[in-house]
Design a binder for this molecule. Structure first.
Ligand SMILES: Cc1cc2nc3c(=O)[nH]c(=O)nc-3n(C[C@H](O)[C@H](O)[C@H](O)COP(=O)(O)O)c2cc1C
Length: 189
C-alpha cells in the first residue's frame, strides 16, 4: 500500500489477476506523491468505505472481454456515493498491444459497465503484460503458440503514456474536487 498522510486524499483502487495492474496502480500512486497529492493505493477488495476520500481512480485488468467482477461489485455497491466523487477509470489489457482507433474503441467499451454506473472525468486505456510464468501449465502451453492478438505473451506497458495520463488526472481530479466542494457549499446555503 502506498500512503501519504493527510486528512484529504485520493483512493486508487484496482483489480488484478497476474499483478501488472497492481504495478501500474502503485506507479500512479507514486506520481500523485511526486505531485504532493496524498494518495492511498489498495486492491479493491480491501476498500472498506469511500466516504473518507476526495477523489477516486478505479482500475481493472480484463479477462474474456470483461472488467473484473470485484470492480463491478464495488461500483454497484457504491453507486449512490460514486457520483459525489471526481473520478477516473483505467483499464489494462492485451488488446491495446496494438494501438489503433479500432482497438481503442474495443477497449473503451470494456469500461461501459462502470461508466453506466457513474461517468468518469477521464479514461486511461493501457496495454498490459501477459507473463506465462504467472500462469498454470495448461495456460503456459496455450500461450506458447500465440504470437498475435490480445493474448500475446510479453510486457507491453508504456510507462511514459501511463505517466502522462496520470499527470493529467492529478490535475483534473483536483479541479473536479474543487468544483464539487463549491457545488456542495451552494447546495447547503
Ligand atoms: C485468461 C486471460 C484472458 C484475457 N482476456 C483478455 C481480453 O478479453 N481482452 C484483452 O484485451 N486482454 C485480455 N487479457 C490480457 C490481460 O488483460 C492483460 O494481460 C493484463 O495486463 C492482465 O492484468 P493483470 O496482470 O493485472 O492480471 C487476458 C489475459 C488472460 C491471462
Amino acid at each position: 500500500m502506498t500512503r501519504c498522510s493527510s486528512t484529504q486524499h485520493t483512493l486508487i483502487a484496482y483489480a488484478t489477476r497476474a499483478g501488472s495492474t497492481r504495478e501500474i496502480a502503485h506507479f500512479m500512486g507514486n506520481i500523485f506523491i511526486q505531485h504532493g497529492k496524498p494518495v492511498e493505493v489498495l486492491e479493491v477488495k480491501a476498500v472498506k468505505h469511500l466516504e473518507q476520500y476526495d477523489a477516486l481512480l478505479l482500475g481493472t485488468n480484463i479477462r474474456a472481454g470483461q472488467v473484473m467482477p470485484e470492480i463491478l461489485r464495488f461500483a454497484q455497491h457504491n453507486a449512490a456515493w460514486m457520483p459525489r466523487l471526481p473520478k477516473a477509470y483505467f483499464v489494462v489489457c492485451g488488446t491495446l498491444r496494438t494501438d489503433t482507433p479500432d482497438t481503442r474503441a474495443i477497449v473503451e467499451a470494456y469500461l461501459e459497465p462502470l461508466v453506466r454506473i457513474s461517468p468518469p472525468l477521464s479514461k486511461g486505456l493501457f496495454a498490459g503484460r501477459i507473463d506465462p510464468q504467472t500462469m498454470d501449465l495448461p495456460w503456459r502451453l496455450i500461450l506458447k503458440n500465440i504470437t498475435e492478438g490480445s493474448m500475446t505473451p510479453g510486457d507491453f506497458r508504456r510507462w511514459d503514456l501511463i505517466r502522462l495520463w496520470t499527470e493529467s488526472v492529478v490535475t483534473r481530479l483536483e479541479q473536479g474536487a474543487a468544483l464539487m466542494s463549491i457545488a456542495n457549499q451552494m447546495a447547503a446555503v
